[in-house]
Structures are given as C-alpha cells and as structure tokens.
Ligand binder design. Structure first.
Ligand code: FES
Length: 189
C-alpha cells in the first residue's frame, strides 16, 4: 500500500513539466507529500523519488537539508517562528514565549498534548521589514505581537474566526538555514 494517495502521486508526476529542470520539482513534490502526511516518512520520500524518476538519495538529501521539511511528526499547525537578527531585535523572543504559553508546547518540535501545535525557530524567511514574523499553514504572518500570536493559536482551536492572511505558495517557504527567500508584500496579518 502506498504512503501517498493516488491523487497526490498524480500531482507530483505532473510537476516536472512546470520547470526548466525537471529535478527542480523535488521541493514542491516533497511539500505536497508533507502536506498530506504531516511529515516525510522514508516510504513517502521513496515514492516521491519514483514518481519524479530521481535518485532516492537525492530526494532524501533535499528533505534533510531544508529546515521546513519534517522527518518526524509535528503538530497539525506547525509554527515556523523567525528568530534571526531583524525579528530578534523586534521581539521574536516574546513571540516564541507567547506561542509556547498559548499552545502548551514546551520546546521546539515537541507536540502539544492535543496534537494541534508544534513550533521551530527558523532563520530569516525574507520578510525582515515586517518583523517579527512567522509562517503557519502555508501562510506568512507579519508585524506580530504576543497578542496576535495568542489569537493565531485561538483561531486554530476554533475559538476565534480565522481572518486575513498572506498565502505563501507551497515551495516558497522552503528556506534552508542561512538562505533568504524572496521578499513578500506586506498585508494585514
Ligand atoms: S530576520 Fe526574520 S524575516 Fe528576516
């Protein structure tokens, strides 16, 4: 039995045609796999490699290099909180602490008891002018305050309606440590 659904495998097989270099499809393909399973299992990585006709070692190498791919289970809503220089100066430490308190998560990559939340501290996500910021559920949230982070958690618990967010295409948030992503336009978070 496949780890990935037939529908996702079909989507992955269609990806190479969209890129000048077919192997460039590996990141959006892994993103699709992770979106379906929550994290990348060895079986899922093998199926991605087979679907893209790539060497399994190459696919695994990409998955292990980028900090936004998970090789073990994370919460349903995983917060990527930027703690690089600009965000740090603008108070990312308070953002992390407020998230931990609101979500009931004690440390990076731990999962809350209800399975809903986890987080990691990441390097610059390329939106320094809107610091502090984070990425959550394929979207960026800018100009954060501890209150906004508390609201993001409450919204995911269904305690508040989810409002305006800035979508990030699946592969855009895949940022390696010490690597900058394209800048995003500002929008209300
Ligand atoms: S330092 Fe946080 S987005 Fe650049």
């Amino acid at each position: 039995m496949s780890a990935l659904s037939a529908h996702v495998l079909e989507e992955i097989k269609e990806l190479p045609a969209r890129f000048p270099q077919p192997r460039s499809a590996v990141m959006p393909a892994l993103d699709l796999a992770q979106e379906e399973l929550g994290h990348l299992t060895p079986e899922a990585m093998s199926e991605v490699a087979e679907a893209l006709e790539l060497d399994p070692g190459y696919v695994e190498g990409v998955a292990t290099f980028y900090s936004l791919f998970h090789l073990s289970p994370v919460g349903k809503h995983h917060f990527y909180i930027c703690t690089n220089l600009s965000c740090s100066i603008k108070g990312s430490g308070d953002i992390v602490e407020r998230f931990k308190q609101a979500a009931g998560v004690g440390e990076p990559d731990a999962v809350s008891a209800d399975g809903l939340f986890s987080y990691q501290e990441v390097e610059c996500l390329g939106a320094c002018e809107f610091a502090p910021m984070l990425r959550l559920d394929q979207r960026y949230h800018y100009d954060l305050t501890p209150e906004k982070v508390g609201a993001l958690v409450a919204e995911r618990r269904g305690l508040l309606p989810i409002h305006g967010e800035v979508p990030a295409k699946p592969a855009e948030g895949l940022v390696a440590k010490k690597t900058r992503a394209p800048r995003k336009k500002k929008a209300d978070a």
